[in-house]
Design a protein around this ligand. Sequence first.
Ligand SMILES: Cc1cc2nc3c(=O)[nH]c(=O)nc-3n(C[C@H](O)[C@H](O)[C@H](O)COP(=O)(O)O)c2cc1C
Length: 304
Amino acid sequence: MTNLKTKVNIAGVELKNPVMTASGTFGSGKEYSEFVDLNELGAVVVKGVANVPWKGNASPRVAETYGGMLNSVGLQNPGVHAFVKEDILFLRKYDTKIIVNIAGRSVEDYCEVAEVLSNADIDMIELNISCPNVKEGCVSFGVNPHTVEAVTKEVKKYCKQPLIVKLSPNVADIAEIAKGAEAGGADAISLINTLLGMVIDIHKRRPVLANIMGGLSGPAIKPVAVRMVYQVAQAVKVPIIGMGGISNGDDAIEFMLAGASAVAVGTANFFNPRATIDVKEGIENYMKKYGISNIKDIVGNITV
Ligand SMILES: Cc1cc2nc3c(=O)[nH]c(=O)nc-3n(C[C@H](O)[C@H](O)[C@H](O)COP(=O)(O)O)c2cc1C
């Protein structure tokens, strides 16, 4: 089968294939462009940007764990103005979509970033209301369906591009949270962000991370993420971008069968800089093996 149809449409934006990078794990694309031809990716999702530069949390802020890692980077970033000046021109040299992840400590912060980006040459905005490593804002917006709806509605007013809302897994009922985002006007939903975790150094008898707790990511979280994508797919109509522990094509297929229209590769980029390409090729191999000519036929196609 030579003519595989791998295009997917997320809220009116056509991606040449469903593989994107997960925010915070691929820099602004530049850092990985020596290893990965960015033209091969459906989209590059860049690290979170705020209205002003953020320093991030104290070190140590990363710890390796069984099947994954814990981080408490705290959304260190140069601010949206520096991002717009330096990174967009670089990414626009490539035939890939640009999605900008935004961070904030208040609704006003998010709106300010969205307003700046609405005049920038980017394809979509991803609203991060799900980072567990920032004291104010972020995850506190993401744990209640009413707050999720309200913040989505407010930020959406400033967006000229489609708005993706990124959900936290650190909630009791992910489907309710997703419905809140949809009710607020989210054009798509991405999930999952990291799971709140903790590692203790038994010799020093203290937490490994300076911030005590951090976000768990990588293969260890994949079953939780697949479960949540499946639950959200039953609850909303907007397209879903699935992530959490994807490191090869088979992982990506699992998310698509659970109901994701696209997937993002995160922590795997750290142990395999070409993970995104492996995922893309793995999806194509699966399609060939099972005689699936159009990728859309995989999405949500499971028997329960
Ligand atoms: C070091 C690091 C930094 C991250 N930074 C962000 C960020 O800026 N914004 C965001 O929405 N998610 C951020 N994330 C979460 C990832 O985008 C992703 O949702 C999560 O890691 C799960 O996917 P994975 O298991 O494939 O890494 C970060 C994750 C890691 C490991």
